[in-house]
Design a binder for this molecule. Structure first.
Ligand SMILES: Nc1ncnc2c1ncn2[C@@H]1O[C@H](COP(=O)(O)OP(=O)(O)OP(=O)(O)O)[C@@H](O)[C@H]1O
Ligand SMILES: [Mg+2]
Length: 311
């Protein structure tokens, strides 16, 4: 029995720390870190650190795609990517130490042909035997339309495998229509889905409850430094943030995916997955690399995660 992660747009993140962002100058990075990127692959990477194996598939290309595979295999994930033309992308995360901001420049360097798309769906179908949960999401490479998310989710649903889906518009709507079990929008992703800004926890809850009632999905909404909100059919939890000194927040949301996936794999209630996920998210904040964390930190944060009934 295993967790399956499907990453259509595999990514390596390059995180550079600059003392201050000054346009029209050459800036020297004070720290440079390469790490995993791409939400589902990030989840596999974090699960690996926690000693939980997973199967990772998706599209990959070139030497950077090989680097994704090496990083995942280094943490015990089993990789079976569909190899395509071009190069797995490198996204650049700029941490401006003076302003205390983090900004990401995303790139596109990989091209997927129709036969690759069919090959990925076949691969996912083949992995559903013995899968306890499928985690998918993220942006899409050139040549792939958002409907691939509906197709991936339908493959899982046809095999009775629950789906954790994390994507921004237009991919979020496309996948939502196929009935994922859980979605994990952050504030911006939820606002874009609704077509209006989500300004408070109360507004996030109302939107989450509405989505839950309309489609049966469980929205697990993450609100950065304001924590998270999980809206189940008959209950909802507010998960307050654990205050820490943030080094880089990139990939914190993906740790929530990893924790929830672990609870499906272990046959535990979602609440256990939320605890593990938010503990891992907090541990990710301490590391400069995207989706990087230390198992000892996750274990030390675990007893500090609170699930408070909401409203
Ligand atoms: N500044 C912070 N202080 C405390 N906790 C934080 C902070 N930022 C994030 N977290 C924790 O991590 C969780 C997930 O973060 P966030 O909402 O930023 O996810 P995200 O936008 O999906 O991130 P990514 O897509 O980079 O993985 C939050 O719900 C919160 O518990
Ligand atoms: Mg996210």
């Amino acid at each position: 029995m295993t967790i399956v992660t499907v990453t259509p747009n595999s990514t390596i993140d390059l995180t550079v720390f600059v003392p201050a962002w000054v346009p029209d100058t050459t800036m020297r990075a004070t720290r440079t870190v390469t790490s995993m990127g791409g939400k589902p692959a990030d989840a596999s990477y974090i699960l690996g650190e926690l000693g939980i194996p997973s199967h990772a598939t998706g599209f990959a290309a070139g030497a950077t795609g090989q680097k994704v595979v090496n990083l995942l295999e280094g943490r015990g994930a089993v990789c079976d990517f569909v190899w395509v033309e071009g190069e797995t992308r490198i996204n650049v995360v700029v941490i401006d130490e003076a302003a205390g901001t983090h900004s990401t420049v995303t790139t596109t360097m990989m091209t997927v042909a129709a036969e690759h798309r069919a090959a990925l769906l076949d691969r996912v179908r083949g992995l559903m035997d013995g899968a306890t949960v499928l985690v998918t999401g993220g942006t899409l490479p050139h040549g792939v339309t958002p409907s691939i998310y509906a197709e991936i989710i339908e493959v899982a649903r046809a095999a009775n495998v629950p789906v954790i889906f994390d994507a921004a518009e237009p991919n979020l709507s496309a996948g939502l229509a196929a009935g994922p079990t859980i979605i994990k929008p952050n504030r911006d992703e939820l606002s874009a889905l609704l077509g209006r800004p989500v300004r408070s926890i109360e507004e996030a809850y109302r939107a989450g409850r509405d989505l839950q009632e309309r489609s049966g999905v469980i929205p697990v909404i993450t609100l950065g430094g304001e924590g998270g909100l999980a809206v189940l059919a008959d209950r909802a939890w507010r998960i307050p943030p654990i205050p820490v000194e943030v080094v880089s927040p990139a990939g914190a949301g993906d740790a929530v995916l990893a924790g929830m996936a672990a609870s499906f794999e272990r046959g535990q209630p979602l609440e256990d997955g939320l605890r593990l996920g938010f503990a891992a998210a907090t541990a990710v904040l301490l590391q400069p690399g995207t989706a990087d964390c230390r198992r000892a930190d996750v274990e030390s944060f675990l007893p500090q995660v609170q699930l408070l009934p909401y409203p």
